[in-house]
Design a protein around this ligand. Structure first.
Ligand code: KIV
Ligand code: ZN
Length: 389
């Protein structure tokens, strides 16, 4: 079957920087951008050049430091933002611009004070303006998922006719759900005459916890670019977590029939780097890179894992750079896992002996969350003393 190529657009340095309390300095942005390039992302949104002098300089420094990845900066549909973006990225090996304007009735009325006609005129004017400087122009209808579908089509057609090469469907407030988002893409495929001439992209926020699922639904229904951030950081509840989407595409290749340029074995490195620089610890139960993602505590699961890893793991920890599977011992652990750990410590124990040792283990496990290697050694020393008496 023909596989489609998915482009990864990382906005950790722009939407990610909109996380409360996160502010990357120039050197940090360059370091993260270089790690993102190694991880294999296709496009890096380095910042919002018109927002501040520092952000202009940061986008410029990132633009000049990248080799293969395409750099982009964000620009509102106004001349000064587009000029700033061009000035910051003009020397890059590969560049694009990201122009956005809101299209939903709520934003048109209360934020922009624009009629539909004025909104369409702004799209036409500023996408065409950007096209004078950039071969690749991405246009985002902000709040696309709360925009009237017929009007969204008009906005998209206007952008494409004005020179946009990428249309990014933004679920700005994390409002949609996977079924609805899939249907929106079906609708766009049916109603945007030049749908196949441009790249369709998804940009999903996580307000209802559906950012990854929505992005994947968009991919299933015709998008070939995903925008998101490392560790899912970003405005409010954040964005799609790119490392999770990358792993979903890999593990469920049978379903998505897609490939990409991501080097999954470097996933832990980039996630830890972003966690360190943002001072946002990775939650233990976080998908893919949480410390518990490859740990199994219950006896039934540990027994399954010892028999065959695929009983309870759908990807190997090594494939995402996470080291080995962990079977921590606790009150729910079974005799099989305890015996294996004891043997790893160099003791030779029979099943008969385990009938005495395991209850001692259980007794200790009832009193603490994890039974450590030293606890096991104490158990074994006491057992050996008693057995030799
Ligand atoms: O969430 C959003 O709508 C954005 C746009 C700038 C694409 O971040
Ligand atoms: Zn966003």
């Amino acid at each position: 079957m023909c596989k489609k190529q998915i482009e990864f657009f990382d906005t950790t340095l722009r939407d990610g920087e909109q996380t409360i309390g996160v502010n990357f300095d120039i050197e940090t942005k360059v370091q993260i951008a270089q790690e993102l390039e190694k991880w294999g992302v296709d496009v890096i949104e380095a910042g919002f050049p018109a927002a501040s002098k520092a952000d202009f300089k940061a986008v410029q420094a990132v633009a000049n430091s990248l080799d293969t990845a395409c750099v982009t900066g964000l620009a509102r549909a106004v001349t000064k933002d587009i000029d700033a973006c061009y000035a910051a990225t003009k020397d890059a090996n590969h560049k694009q611009i990201h122009v956005f304007i809101a299209t939903s009735p709520i934003h048109r009325e209360f934020k922009l004070h624009m009629t539909k006609e004025e909104n369409l005129a702004a799209i036409q004017k500023y996408v065409s303006y950007a096209k004078q400087f950039f071969e690749k122009v991405e246009f985002s209808p902000e709040d696309a998922t709360r925009t009237e579908p017929e009007y969204l089509v008009q906005a998209i057609n206007t952008a494409i006719d004005s020179g946009a090469t990428v249309i990014n469907i933004a679920d700005t407030v994390g409002y949609t759900n996977p079924v609805e988002f899939g249907k929106l893409f079906d609708y766009l495929q049916a109603n945007v005459p030049r749908f196949n001439e441009v790249t369709f992209s998804v940009h999903c926020h996580n307000d209802l916890g559906m950012a990854d699922a929505n992005a994947l639904a968009g991919i299933e229904h015709g998008a070939s670019r995903i925008e998101g951030t490392i560790n899912g950081i970003g405005e409010r509840a954040g964005n799609s977590a790119l490392e999770e989407v990358a792993v979903a595409l890999k593990v469920r290749k049978d379903f998505y029939q897609a490939h990409d340029n991501i080097n999954l074995e470097k996933t832990r490195d980039i996630c830890e780097m972003v966690s360190d620089y943002t001072k946002m610890p990775i939650p233990n139960n976080k998908a893919v890179v949480g410390t518990n993602a490859f740990s199994h505590e219950s006896g039934i699961h540990q027994d399954g894992m010892l028999k065959n890893h695929s009983t309870y793991e759908i990807l190997t920890p090594e494939s995402v750079g996470m080291g080995a599977t962990n079977l921590p011992l606790g009150k729910l652990s079974g005799s099989h896992a305890v015996k294996q750990k004891i043997e790893q410590l160099g003791y030779d124990v029979s099943n008969e002996e385990m009938k005495i040792i395991f209850p001692i283990f259980k007794n200790i496990a009832d009193q603490k969350p994890i039974v450590s290697t030293s606890d096991l050694k104490v158990i074994m020393n006491e057992y050996e003393v008693t057995a030799n008496e």
